[in-house]
Design a protein around this ligand. Structure first.
Ligand SMILES: Cc1cc2nc3c(=O)[nH]c(=O)nc-3n(C[C@H](O)[C@H](O)[C@H](O)COP(=O)(O)O)c2cc1C
Length: 361
């Protein structure tokens, strides 16, 4: 059953920011009682050196500010990623930013080459597209807000700070990498315990994703580690169709970072019933798809990351993401080798997902 989502796709990003979260995320009630029933699971799991009540949470994106993070903690999501931020204020794409996508079964790479019809009618099995452009407030705002969220975390809960670099016209590679350094320092100053860098963002000077450029990704990861020191670093990567490319990246970066999150969305052309572009504006004809239809891809990546970890003798933590819509999906990811699991789309429409998973842990 789909609940009232905690991020309302019918409202603008700004309205969500000001008025949200919605649904039962706004009732101010904490499910700590569930945790005391399940006291055997309290602080039982390790997440990058921190004790957590469950190896489950919400990945970068839907928790758009500290109020959203607090509500997610109250509802028992124990690992919460504060939305991806940048070194400077950055605008959000115009509304709509979320639409329901019609897909029969899995979103295979073959299907992702075609056009997908999207509308505002959300139903199960749920897949959506999200198109925000990774907006950011000024660091002055998000540093205070994130520091507050970190302070408010209860024992057994962890906030992860996510960020990415910003491409600018005429920028040198050095400037691009410096932007990561600067933002990593800003995050460190908030007292956040874990940092995640989104490598599934566009690379400087190319239209390709940064995670598909091993050399550059390694430079970025090294630069960040120099700044954050002992704070664990997670890289967030996209689906890799080429196993050898993934193996190359993991080989080079898997002993620099402490965690690998996979996957981000799978891009496809999004149209309305009439076959026309439905997300307004330049560069938005293609948009990332997430939810039910991408679970296969997340699971495949987790299995590969586990195998590669053994092959190279590394110890990175694997965070499985993509299409976790119910408790069964969580356990399927754990079985595939995920040390921790996260849900964005599933959690947005099932605000009791953490409670349901914990009752079976
Ligand atoms: C509303 C929304 C916003 C998102 N924003 C970001 C983001 O800013 N940074 C990021 O790394 N991933 C972002 N994502 C991607 C998710 O973290 C996740 O990788 C993806 O949605 C797949 O998980 P799911 O199938 O559980 O939704 C966003 C997803 C959603 C639904």
């Amino acid at each position: 059953m789909l609940h009232t989502p905690f991020y309302d796709p019918e409202k603008s990003y700004e309205e969500n920011f000001e008025q949200g979260p919605f649904g039962t995320f706004s009732d101010g009630q904490s499910v700590q009682s569930v945790q005391s029933v399940q006291s055997s699971t309290l602080h039982k799991y390790d997440f990058l050196g921190f004790k957590v009540n469950s190896p489950f949470g919400i990945p970068a994106g839907p928790l758009i500010n500290g109020k959203f993070v607090q509500a997610a903690f109250d509802k028992g999501f124990d690992i919460c990623v504060y939305k991806t931020v940048r070194s400077k204020k950055y605008p959000c794409h115009p509304w709509p930013n979320v639409l329901s996508v019609k897909i029969d079964g899995d979103l295979t790479l073959e299907k992702a080459k075609g056009k997908l019809i999207a509308d505002r009618n959300y139903h199960e099995p749920l897949s959506i597209t999200n198109s925000f452009g990774v907006p950011s407030f000024e660091p002055d705002f998000w540093q205070k807000d994130l520091a507050e969220a970190v302070k408010n975390a209860q024992p057994g809960q962890v906030v992860v700070g996510s960020f990415q670099g910003t491409k600018k016209e005429g920028q040198s590679v050095e400037d691009y990498i410096n932007d990561y350094r600067i933002t990593a320092k800003m995050l460190k100053d908030t007292g956040v315990k874990v940092v995640e860098v989104n490598l599934s963002c566009p690379n400087e000077g190319t239209n390709n994703l940064l995670c598909y450029d091993t050399k550059r990704s390694v430079l970025v990861a090294r630069a960040i580690k120099e700044v954050i020191g002992k704070i664990p670093l997670i890289i967030k990567i996209a689906y890799f169709k080429d196993s050898e490319e993934l193996s190359n990246l993991v080989k080079e970066i898997g002993n620099i970072v402490q965690g690998i999150s996979a996957i981000n969305t799978i891009p496809a052309e999004i149209v309305n019933e009439a076959g026309e572009q439905t997300l307004p504006g330049e560069g938005r004809s293609k948009s990332g798809v997430c939810g039910h239809a991408i679970k296969w891809a997340g699971l495949e990546m987790v299995r590969k990351l586990k195998k590669l970890r053994e092959e190279f003798g590394y110890s990175y933590t694997i965070i499985g993401i993509g299409g976790v819509m119910n408790a069964d999906d969580f356990f399927e990811y754990r079985k595939a080798g995920a040390d921790a699991v996260m849900s964005a789309t599933g959690a947005m429409w099932n605000l009791h997902l953490a409670k349901e998973i914990k009752s079976r842990l």
